[in-house]
Design a protein around this ligand. Structure first.
Ligand code: MF3
Ligand code: CO
Length: 249
């Protein structure tokens, strides 16, 4: 069952989204070669708490960190670690969830560390662009799988791999609610999109093969070919005037 939020609930999700957006902006200024993914996690935790929120992944899923922080071939769910030091040429995906007064927001950014190759820079930019292309169809009257179709049509010509094992999702009082939102084209159109539905849309795009596996730490998802992967995610609400991004300022 896909829930339709009340205007009051949307207001609380807007607050949760604003906190996360602000924290992501602060993190982007903090990222530099020489820091560890643990440093980023501690920085994120402090920033979320300072703004009155809680880190959802730690509380909800017992994830061994506050934010998921994944470097290069790590796609998602990377565990923050003192041993993972960022170096020039890396990309780092920072994926956070913030809970505020019982409501959730979920958003991810991919940061470039120092100078990266053009191939990787393009991957990062096009993954972000795929989100914004998809956003154009997040309109009441369309169907949920129009999102994945739009992402696939945009990404396919570049020859990248679209991750299939993990998908976007509804969001509200829980981080993960119905519906699932694949980032690829499906044969069915899926549920009808309606006003006041709240969705986390999150293309995960690999430079090479779409295939991924889970590392022995039982969390970190990596590309099978070791090539880098990019991720971009925002929490969005469908309004009478089209989509509104809640986790971006
Ligand atoms: N950030 C993930 C998502 O976008 C959820 C992470 S769940 C966790 O859906 F347990 F790994 F934290
Ligand atoms: Co998500």
């Amino acid at each position: 069952m896909v829930s339709i939020k009340s205007d009051r609930e949307i207001e609380l999700m807007r607050d949760a989204g604003k906190i996360l957006a602000e924290v992501h902006n602060e993190i982007s200024n903090f990222i530099k070669p020489g820091i560890s993914t643990y440093d980023i996690d501690r920085f994120a935790e402090k920033a979320v708490k300072k703004l009155g929120g809680n880190c959802s992944f730690y509380h909800l899923y017992d994830f061994p960190g506050n934010f998921c922080i994944s470097v290069n071939d790590e796609v998602i769910h990377g565990i923050p670690s003192r041993d993972k030091i960022l170096k020039d040429g890396d990309i780092v995906k920072v994926d956070g969830g913030v809970e505020y007064k019982g409501y959730q927001s979920d958003a991810a950014r991919t940061h470039i560390v120092g100078k990266v190759s053009d191939d990787i820079k393009n991957l990062v930019e096009r993954t972000r662009e795929a989100f914004f292309k998809a956003l154009e169809v997040v309109v009441s009257g369309n169907h949920v799988n129009d999102i994945g179709k739009t992402i696939e049509e945009y990404i396919e010509p570049y020859g990248y791999g679209i991750v299939e094992d993990y998908v976007g999702h509804g969001i509200g009082t829980k981080v993960h609610e119905s519906p699932e939102i694949p980032n690829y084209a499906c044969t069915s159109r899926g549920i009808l999109l309606k006003k006041n539905m709240t969705l986390a849309i999150e293309p995960m795009i690999n430079l090479g093969s779409y295939e991924v596996y889970t590392d022995t730490d039982e969390w970190t998802v990596r590309t099978i070919d070791g090539l880098p992967s990019a991720h971009y995610e925002n929490t969005v609400v469908i309004t009478d005037n089209g989509p509104e991004i809640l986790s971006l300022v």
